[in-house]
Write a protein that binds this ligand. Structure first.
Ligand SMILES: Nc1ncnc2c1ncn2[C@@H]1O[C@H](COP(=O)(O)OP(=O)(O)OP(=O)(O)O)[C@@H](O)[C@H]1O
Length: 270
């Protein structure tokens, strides 16, 4: 059967959202959000605390179910409106600070990476770890230059080491999209730098990066487009060079922001 792309002659977008609304406790935390991510595109979602960034990620991962308002809603991932949660998890690899907190126990780097095959927090008696899974996990760790963390307990790793192991977990099942939710929180300068370099390597390997952050320094040069969120709504979106302007960022964060660009990275001064 021909794919939607072959039938229509148009590229199927990675993600398409229109009029996506999510409410909690009778309050709209996402309000008619629209977003369009092309295949092969890397994007960053930026906004102040509480603007709805993590909620967008939860919609993408199927944790939050959006509802349609009177103008109707569109929500498609790879052209499909409804996803089996296991198929969806296969498409996505996720790294977040919250996930790292879930792993604060005595489990080795190798087990953390392997748990990515089962979308679980650890390896349990019902998980059948096949030899080829161990071989793949080792290959991923080699690619990420972290084989030395294989036998180390995550509870004994530095924040930067643990974050790199979580990228391994996110990539081990070969997802198309790597979602990074505030990935550099609590990393020192060197760990932040190493993390960014790893993300660049993943982008160069052909994965789509969806980055959520409030720190402009997380935006690797491979990110083409930026979406600004404010109060649960899209405030602005477009090419990185146009969106990361002093005027727009000052309006977004509600304070005067100066922006500098060095070696393809943006920095905010406030
Ligand atoms: N389960 C929930 N119940 C009630 N309110 C919620 C829930 N989840 C999120 N919110 C509210 O929705 C708004 C958006 O939250 P969200 O976590 O998406 O913001 P964020 O941009 O990721 O913030 P931060 O940068 O602080 O992580 C916030 O005001 C938050 O308090």
């Amino acid at each position: 059967m021909p794919s939607a792309e072959e039938t229509t002659g148009q590229e199927v977008p990675l993600l398409e959202m229109r009029n996506v609304t999510v409410s909690r406790n009778d309050r709209k935390i996402l309000d008619s959000v629209g977003m369009y991510i092309r295949q092969g595109e890397n994007i960053a979602i930026i906004g102040p605390n509480g603007s709805g960034k993590s909620s967008i990620i939860k919609v993408i991962t199927g944790d939050y179910r959006p509802r349609a308002d009177s103008s109707g809603m569109v929500f498609r991932i790879m052209g499909k409106e409804s996803w089996n949660i296991f198929d969806l998890r296969g498409l996505l690899g996720i790294v977040s600070g919250d996930l790292q907190l879930d792993y604060m126990r005595d489990i080795s780097g190798m087990e953390v990476v392997l748990s990515g095959f089962f979308s679980s927090i650890g390896i349990y008696a019902n998980h059948r770890v096949r030899p080829e899974m161990v071989a793949t996990a080792y290959e991923v760790m080699k690619f990420l230059e972290i084989p030395h963390l294989s036998g180390k307990l995550i509870s004994e790793m530095s924040a930067g080491e643990a974050r790199r192991i979580l990228i391994g977990r996110a990539l081990v099942h070969d997802p198309q999209i790597l979602v990074l939710d505030e990935p550099a929180n609590s990393l020192d300068m060197k760990s932040h730098h190493q993390f960014r370099e790893l993300t660049r390597k993943v982008a160069a390997a052909g994965k789509n990066i969806v980055l959520v952050t409030h720190d402009l320094g997380d935006i690797i040069p491979e990110i083409d487009r930026v979406i600004l969120l404010k109060d649960g709504k899209v405030f602005a979106e477009g090419k990185k060079e146009e969106i990361l302007s002093e005027g727009k960022l000052s309006d977004l964060f509600g304070l005067p922001v100066k922006v500098s660009r060095i070696n393809g990275y943006y920095h905010a001064i406030y």
